[in-house]
Ligand binder design. Structure first.
Ligand SMILES: *Cc1c(COP(=O)(O)O)cnc(C)c1O
Length: 364
């Protein structure tokens, strides 16, 4: 169905993104008790599916009733005992750093010009000082449309024996390969309202044995997000506290949909949607992210013609399409199109055509 014919604004925002009607219906299933066999079966069903999505054979997978910000705290509080390095290349990585500080941890930002990717060499040089026992990396920086070179950075991290790699894959998991085992990631976390196209308020993470060892020695890490406590529950396929049962139903249905499409096909679809969006932007305005690091899940369009972005966004809403103004200090200087989740190339074509109409209308 064309987006403009729907009864609501169809979200092409880089989180939350549009949720399919059948997935929304899963949220309305009757609630089950969380200490019974049905819940155990649900967790036993979900965990192997999520392992495949993360690209890990054997890591523990935890499901939590919070957005990804909660898992930022979890990763940092379980895994940092000495000092954490946080590459900051946009608003989300900046906030990851702020969360480390708010958790009372010793943390250093590695500032990178917004629109540019984090360089593996810069990470390697800082880690070589021996000051750090963890690095907190945002894989896909949703505010600038930059995807960081995860494999190269992961390799730099692995040259240091004692440094845990904590990866925010919030706007990449399910849209861009993350490959937890291959990249030797210690904590990989994501909320579900981005490339997984689920209603917001739920998160997933994969945790390595090394991260669990670190957590076992770590004191003052709180209760709700203690990886050791979570593991002891998930080992028995039971949730630690009352879980978001409705999200788990929706996630089960969505994982089946993702498996039916196939991960490679899903990544290719995201690439195709990104290519179209980038071509549109390059021909009319500009691209904020440097060429070698442009994300396949979100495009940050540089407002090189000084258009009134708020008006542009409102013009699209009037046609049934939701996109986002620039994030934080990039507001009006950029705007963002989320081509993530279950959107199709056809839907992106419709959106881009509507974007042309609104631009024309504004020029008139
Ligand atoms: C959206 C986003 C977040 C914040 O996640 P919440 O689920 O809102 O807590 C963190 N990191 C990145 C890269 C994001 O895109």
């Amino acid at each position: 169905m064309p987006a403009s014919k729907r009864d609501h604004t169809v979200l092409f925002t880089p989180g939350p993104t549009e949720v399919a009607p059948d997935i929304l219906r899963e949220m309305g299933r009757p609630i089950i008790g969380h200490r019974g066999i049905e819940m155990q079966d649900l967790i036993r069903d979900l965990v192997p599916r999520l392992r495949a999505l993360f690209g890990t054979r054997a890591y523990d997978v935890f499901l939590t009733a919070c957005s990804a910000t909660g898992l930022w705290e979890a990763a940092l509080r379980n895994c940092v005992t000495r000092r954490v390095l946080v590459p900051v290349c946009g608003a989300f990585s900046e906030r990851f750093y702020e969360v480390a500080v708010a958790c009372g941890l010793e943390a250093d930002p590695l500032h990178v010009e917004w629109g540019k990717a984090v360089r593996a060499q810069a990470v390697a040089d800082l880690l070589a000082t021996g000051r750090y026992d963890a690095i907190a990396l945002v894989h896909n920086e949703t505010s600038t449309g930059v995807v960081n070179p995860l494999p190269e950075i992961a390799e730099a991290v692995r040259r240091q024996s004692d440094v845990l790699l904590l990866v925010d894959a919030v706007s990449s998991l399910g849209g861009i390969p993350v490959e937890v085992d291959r990249n030797d990631i210690d904590v990989c976390l994501a909320s579900v309202q981005k490339c997984l196209a689920l209603p917001p308020g739920f998160s997933v993470c994969a945790v390595s044995p090394r991260a669990l060892e670190r957590s076992a020695r770590r004191v003052g890490k709180g209760y709700y997000f203690d990886f050791i406590r979570l593991k002891s529950c998930f080992d028995r396929s039971t949730p630690m506290a009352t879980p978001s049962v409705s999200h788990m139903f929706a996630l089960r249905a969505q994982m089946k949909r993702i498996e039916t499409e196939g991960l490679d096909a899903r990544y290719a679809r995201h690439r195709a949607m990104a290519d179209l969006t980038r071509a549109w932007a390059a021909g009319r305005l500009g691209l904020f992210a440097e060429e070698r690091a442009r994300s396949n899940t979100v495009t940050c369009v540089a407002n090189t013609r000084g258009i009134d972005v708020a008006r542009f966004v409102a013009g699209l809403v009037a046609r049934g399409f939701g996109i986002s103004n620039g994030y934080g200090r990039l507001k009006e200087a950029t705007f963002r199109v989320g081509h993530m989740g279950d959107h199709t190339v056809e839907e992106i074509r419709d959106l881009l055509a509507a974007m042309d109409e609104v631009l024309k209308e504004m020029a008139a």
